[in-house]
Design a protein around this ligand. Structure first.
Ligand code: NAP
Length: 280
């Protein structure tokens, strides 16, 4: 199988290339190498490389900044993905695109399935939903893989931030009323491989297993325990930690459709986190 990976220099892209290049013919492009908003070059590359599938890890991912930087966020997450969908469909190339739990509003209290209604509460979520819609409108052979609370070696993320600030401070205040599921980029890369091999097209949900979700506070508690930190952890509410972008209060994704249809078995979130911290 010949695979193009866009956004290969990002946190997920980096681990996805590492996971797939040992078994497949992978052509990886970072942002400089291929900008998904450059429709002409994108088409030239897809035609000349002639892949079986393109996996898009490129995105505008700064959730708070997107509230101000609307044009740029939509350009990448909306129109960039529109380019990918149109060109891939024209050229007979399947598309695997990564999306987010932030397409949901968080008003549910049971895990979101791929069939639940979307209703983003921030602009980043809105742009990611636009990308999903273009794919659904234009394409027959696509995988939209929604994931949440990603962390990995090659990028800034919650785990690395908590480890860093816990070395600088005696006390940390972390939100305890937003519930979700963390996901290691290595887990997600393995799931993506299994999904594209399954040829079960459509919307997939992939996260590490949390049995109903954990809060950012629970996640931070586990990080401090696993690193042996003595820093005191104080639970706070979302109101006490205002951010430019609203976050859904609950965004646990139900992964059972993907487990059933592809055989994927998500690892427990704590085991993934332990393995990640030991590998640092
Ligand atoms: N991080 C999370 O917690 C999270 C949660 C749920 C879903 N997701 C989704 O998971 C996917 C991967 O996220 P990630 O955390 O790996 O993000 P990331 O580390 O920010 O990687 C995204 C990559 O896309 C590149 N990029 C930006 N604009 C581009 C363009 N126009 N053309 C080509 N490349 C471009 C970025 O390059 P520059 O750095 O040079 O701009 C960056 O290398 C994204 O679709 C994201 O929406 C992430």
């Amino acid at each position: 199988m010949r695979i193009i990976i866009t956004g290969a220099g990002g946190m997920l892209g980096h681990d996805l290339v590492k996971t797939l290049e040992v078994r497949y013919d992978v052509v990886a492009f970072d942002h400089k190498g291929l900008d998904i908003t450059d429709r002409i070059r994108l088409k030239d590359v897809i035609i000349s490389e002639s892949p079986d599938i393109l996996i898009n890890c490129a995105a505008y991912t700064q959730v708070d900044r997107a509230e101000e930087d609307r044009e740029k966020a939509f350009m990448v997450n909306g129109l960039g993905v529109q380019n990918l969908a149109l060109i891939c469909e024209q050229q007979g190339v399947a598309l695997c695109h990564i999306s987010t739990d932030y397409v949901f509003d968080g008003n549910k209290r049971t895990p979101y399935t791929p069939f639940d209604n979307t209703s983003p509460v921030n602009y980043y979520g809105y742009t990611k939903l636009a990308g999903e819609q273009y794919i659904k409108w234009f394409m027959k052979r696509f995988y939209i893989v929604r994931t949440s609370w990603l962390y990995g070696k090659n990028g800034s993320n919650f785990v690395k931030t908590i480890i860093r600030v816990s070395q600088e401070r005696d006390q940390l205040r972390v939100v305890n009323d937003q519930i979700g599921s963390p996901t290691c980029t290595v887990t997600l890369a393995r799931a993506i491989e299994q999904i594209i091999l399954s040829e079960v097209y459509g919307v997939h949900h992939v996260t590490d297993r949390t049995e109903g979700g954990i809060s950012w506070y629970d996640f931070a508690r586990a990080i401090l325990d696993l690193t042996g930190s003595k820093t005191m952890l104080v639970p706070i509410t979302t109101e006490e930690y205002p951010t430019a972008a609203r976050r859904p209060a609950y965004s646990v994704l139900d992964t059972s459709f993907t487990e059933f249809s592809t055989g994927y078995n998500p690892p427990d979130w704590y085991d993934s986190l332990k393995e990640f911290i030991e590998s640092l």
